[in-house]
Design a binder for this molecule. Structure first.
Ligand SMILES: C[S@@+](CC[C@H](N)C(=O)[O-])C[C@H]1O[C@@H](n2cnc3c(N)ncnc32)[C@H](O)[C@@H]1O
Length: 171
């Protein structure tokens, strides 16, 4: 996907391993919603906090609508976490094939275990993703922050984000 030549400029595999694998799925199940969506939810005015799952699904549906991928053939989720967007694309939005990329082994194993032929997951960075076919749309929720590090200069960070959008729009 990318011709970026520097070493990974973002969150390392080791940091993600520490954050996810060393902690384990059970911890995240305690406080995330049942879909294990790990990004901000979209709440209605005065909605109670016991509606976390509804607010997460509302958020996912909002982004699916924004990306205009309902019924699409192939959709990519960059930084797919435990795969909630991928499953929603297949189960509710009639997408034919959903592809996720994550740098966390725990996410990769979780999604692989779903054993769904319409669902594909890759354990790699967006910089190393070379799809065989183009995508009809790309969604990415709360992964962007991980693509650079704070100790990079502003110029370096801008360079990474330019590269991300270059490959995302050119395939
Ligand atoms: C906070 S989680 C968000 C998960 C998911 N988007 C959600 O809303 O539930 C961040 C995700 O970004 C992934 N990630 C971090 N850096 C990445 C990179 N360079 N390329 C692809 N995925 C990356 C992590 O592995 C993790 O799955």
């Amino acid at each position: 996907m990318s011709n970026f030549t520097t070493q990974n400029p973002g969150t390392s595999v080791e940091a993600l391993r520490h954050h996810y694998c060393n902690v384990g799925n059970e911890f995240y199940r305690l406080w995330l919603d049942p879909t294990l969506t790990y990004s901000c939810a979209l709440w209605e005015e005065n909605e109670g906090h016991d509606n976390l799952q509804a607010a997460q699904l509302r958020k996912i549906d909002f982004h699916v609508a924004q990306a205009r991928v309902k019924g699409a053939k192939r959709v990519l989720d960059v930084g797919c976490g435990w795969g909630s967007v991928l499953r929603r694309l297949l189960d509710v939005h009639s997408v034919e094939h959903a592809v996720g990329i994550t740098m966390s082994e725990i996410h990769y194993e979780w999604i692989s275990a779903l054993n769904n032929s319409k669902l594909e997951v890759h354990l790699e960075s967006w910089m190393d993703h070379f799809p065989k076919e183009p995508y009809d749309g790309i969604i990415s929720l709360e992964a962007f922050e991980h693509f650079t590090k704070l100790d990079l200069s502003q110029q370096e960070r801008i360079r990474v984000y330019r590269e991300f959008f270059r490959v995302a729009t050119n395939g």
